[in-house]
Design a protein around this ligand. Structure first.
Ligand code: PHE
Length: 376
């Protein structure tokens, strides 16, 4: 009799575990909008891979509150205006419980007021401009913001690289670029450095020769380019062509597998900051890196890890709230403390921003090499 009861209990445990592993019922829909095609396609690809890995992991372990998770994907084609359209579609057509996106601050800034007006939480994996989370209490970010990133870069340029004369090359159409340049310049000046030029370009530019020629005459030892990987690769090449020897310094927008393809050897010595290093020894990060490698045959960039964490953060908040209802979900997200993720522990402060380390990367021997980690 006793044995039979034990057997039944064991059977029940097995059945229960199987049930937990097989979420059932109406799916919980998460809306995802990114630049999957177009100029910044590398960002969309990395983010989507991270999001899909997270959704698969969730669905293998009971989903969200026992329900399966569905990622509803919208491509904004890297075109301005399309993120607002995507956000509206995901909210009204798909009735998603949360939005994940964008990477570029300009595009998150399009969608954020729409999410805020609907009262639906939006989690950005990688938009670093301070204005993003300032839109309202429904907007969250799992990465550091540019007041930190800009300071880190200016200090690194000054102290570690010994640079003294910086020329700024700013995408005047991108809030990310304008904001990061401001913080960099302020810090660099305060340290005693000179800002010898401030040149402008606009997002889709392919030819930077006029700006670089002007910069050449200033004897700058630094080109600070708060832009994305396509611009970074082209600027590196054209600067080399024009005989400029200044060190190219940038932010997280440089990080993409395509950076090296576009810029080639001209990038040697370039320095930029990012959110994560796949070389991290943390067990969760190691598991993520091997799952990513098994699926895609390459090493994940920080954006993939941050997007993985964004999805898991929403699931964690829903679990704590016991519901995906918007007000409760928003409250639980705001209360996120010490959430263990791939990119470290996430604690959201009163501005709904995460405080995280920056990784410094340098291009050496045709590779992007992790050189340092900077604490807030
Ligand atoms: N931080 C950049 C922005 O706010 C976007 C970005 C993040 C790009 C991470 C690449 C990697 O616009």
């Amino acid at each position: 009799m006793f044995l039979r009861i034990c057997f039944l209990l064991a059977l029940l445990a097995v059945v229960n575990r199987a049930r937990a592993a097989q979420p059932a019922g109406e799916p919980v829909k998460l809306g995802f909008f990114m630049s999957i095609t177009g100029r910044d396609a590398s960002f969309g690809e990395a983010a989507l891979r991270g999001a899909r890995l997270a959704v698969d992991d969730l669905n293998a372990t009971g989903g969200i509150l026992g329900r399966p998770v569905e990622l509803v994907v919208e491509d904004n084609r890297s075109v301005s205006g399309e993120s607002a359209t995507a956000a509206k579609k995901l909210l009204s057509r798909d009735k998603v419980v949360a939005l994940i996106g964008e990477c570029a601050s300009a595009r998150t800034l399009e969608a954020a007021p729409i999410a805020q007006a609907a009262g639906i939480p939006l989690v950005t994996p990688a938009s670093t401009n301070p204005k993003v989370t300032a839109v309202g209490d429904c907007i969250f970010r799992v990465c550091f913001a540019d007041p930190f990133q800009g300071t880190v870069l200016a200090s690194y340029a000054w102290k570690n690289l010994g640079l003294r004369r910086a020329a700024l090359l700013i995408d005047s159409t991108a809030p990310y670029s304008v904001g990061l340049a401001e913080v960099f310049a302020k810090t660099f000046l305060a340290l005693g450095g000179d800002i010898v030029a401030a040149q402008k370009y606009s997002g889709d530019a392919k030819d930077f020769r006029a700006q670089l020629t002007a910069i050449r005459s200033t004897k700058a030892d630094t080109i600070f380019l708060p832009g994305y990987y396509v611009a970074a690769g082209l600027v590196a090449q054209q600067a080399r062509e024009l005989g400029l020897r200044a060190t190219l310094v940038g932010g997280d927008g440089f990080e993409a597998p395509q950076l090296l393809e576009i810029g080639g050897p001209a990038l040697e010595g370039t320095v930029y900051s990012t959110h994560y290093s796949a070389e991290s020894k943390d067990p969760a990060s190691r598991r993520f890196v091997s799952a990513y490698q098994a699926r895609h045959g390459s090493t994940p960039v920080g954006l993939a890890a941050l997007t993985y964490d964004s999805v898991q953060l929403i699931a964690d908040a829903a679990r704590r709230a016991g519901t995906t209802e918007r007000v409760a979900l928003k409250k639980a997200l705001a209360a996120t403390r010490d959430f263990p993720g791939i990119t470290g522990r996430t604690t959201l402060n009163e501005h709904r921003d995460a405080i995280k380390d920056a990784a410094i990367i340098t291009v050496r021997g045709g590779q992007c090499v992790f050189v340092d980690s900077v604490r807030p």
